[in-house]
Write a protein that binds this ligand. Sequence first.
Ligand code: NAD
Length: 296
Amino acid sequence: MPTIAWIGLGLMGNPMSKHLIKAGYTVRGFDIDPGACERAAGDGVEMASGIADAVADADVVYSMLPSGSDVHEVMTGSNGVFANARPGTMVIDCSTIGIDYARKLHEAASSTGVVFVEAPVSGGTEGARDGTLTFMIGCEKRHAGKAKEMLQPLGDYIAYVGGAGTGQAAKVVNNLIMGVCVTVNCEATALGQRLGLDMKEFFEIATRSSADNWSFRLWNPAPNVVPDAPSSHDYKAGFKTWLLAKDLQLAVEAAREVGVVLETAKTAHKLMTSHADSGGADMDATSLVLHLSGKK
Ligand code: NAD
């Protein structure tokens, strides 16, 4: 069995790495947060002392990190993945980093002998826990088969989108829709609550009506409507507000580059950023409803 290294064992990386352990792989991991390391060690990840130590003997390296600048540093730094992985190692980055960073990383990897694969995901922490994520792969076509095989224990649908940047392009467009949906779900919830609607009854109505959407069903912003939703657990993430603001920013930047107008994304980004700046950054993104209602 190939040996796996996993860098970034947070809300997504931790449950994703568990599926590889369950599939029989040895996983050596690293995270800068001691709490994340402790949880991962408890789940069977062998903890390494740093990135170089984690990747030195790995056949495949996975990363699940917050943003493009984090992934760039982890991959290209002198103590990073590209400098310490053996030639031929496949490096699968599952983070949402945007098109430009993905292209830069394919380029940087090409001179090292490491095979870089972008494979951003959708499906949330629920999909990570259940092994039902959707993956959007961008890499040279000849590497797509092995990448799919290595992601199989973690996902339900593993798509090869195309060459450098295309996996991130699919993810940016997906999260443009999701991010705007989460924002409007929060606006609708704030309004419904203020109008005195019973939000449990409204959930039954909306999910049978034209308002139905994936994030409203799984991540309903009103507390105690959906028992597993972050809103029913003091808006503990889930999907952090600042990460969703980052994804909306990636969509706005991509649209600017190719000359497309994205006004709703710009507004959603402004609202998420304003909520993040007022103390909601690490709360679940659906806590935007508190900001809109003047409660935070
Ligand atoms: P998270 O903040 O919970 O986890 C990120 C982890 O990376 C943290 O534990 C952090 O300590 C670690 N980290 C940061 N810099 C590091 C470094 N230099 N070396 C090692 N570890 C480092 O975030 P998350 O929710 O797991 O999201 C990770 C990525 O997945 C993001 O790009 C996000 O946009 C994307 N994503 C998240 C969700 C979701 O529902 N949470 C869904 C789909 C995609």
